[in-house]
Ligand binder design. Sequence first.
Ligand code: GLN
Length: 286
Amino acid sequence: MGQDLSLRSLLSATLLPSNEARILLAHLLDKHYQLPRSALLAHDDMELNEQALEDWRALESKRLQGEPIAYLIGKRGFYSIELQVAPGVLIPRPETELLVDIGLREIQRITKETEAAQVLDLGTGSGAIALAIAHEAPSAIVTATDQSSEALEIAKSNAKHLGLESRVQFMQGNWYEALGGNALFDVILSNPPYIAHQDPHLTQGDLRFEPISALTDHGNGLTCLETIIQGAVNHLKPMGLIAVEHGFDQSQQVSRLMSNEGLLNINHAVDLSGHIRVTFARKASS
Ligand code: GLN
């Protein structure tokens, strides 16, 4: 008697948590059969063909070794868009959506008073922040930078897939150096690498598989935040807003960096666990 290779039996035999196994199988049903996720229930007696089965075994074993689901299926939802992700970019996180919310609120305010808001996303990675903003705010003019050419390739491909390639200008380089000039922005947003180099989280979970340069500054965790905050005054219009993501225990240091630069109205946003994860402030009006 042949082995039972139905979806139901694969699901019951796997060592993966069932929600994870379902995500991976749904991905394979789409890839090999163009079937929706509901087929996992509706056709749970279906047997995978040889190619799909081979893919399943490979994905299952990679996931058991800890590879992030987003890299295995090559995509991740962020805000109102879906992004392609690969090991050359950070996997976008829900807390980063706080930056998008703050940016959009400010864009709305500016658009009422003047014309199109100029927005800068420093260290765009997959393009998450820049593309979510461009998608939600059709009038905003968005610039996105990254040091990594691999990341920029992925970000540009995401822009194309989302039909936003004419809305976002991508520039390569280290933080503000990428701009190659003194362009001024209404809003600067950034989720820089802020994990300290000896932080044990770097050797745990998904982080083990993500680009190290996207996670840590190889220092105390504050060096990139410092560069971004110190450069903000030179790249913001009067009353312009800067918002940065940071670690749960860095808000006081980030606030201090901002006040040292003369930034005003320093404020915070908290993530779903109640931790302060974003700090924002304004440049003075003159
Ligand atoms: N801006 C991207 C994101 O928030 C990448 C950030 C990074 O690589 N540190 O997902």
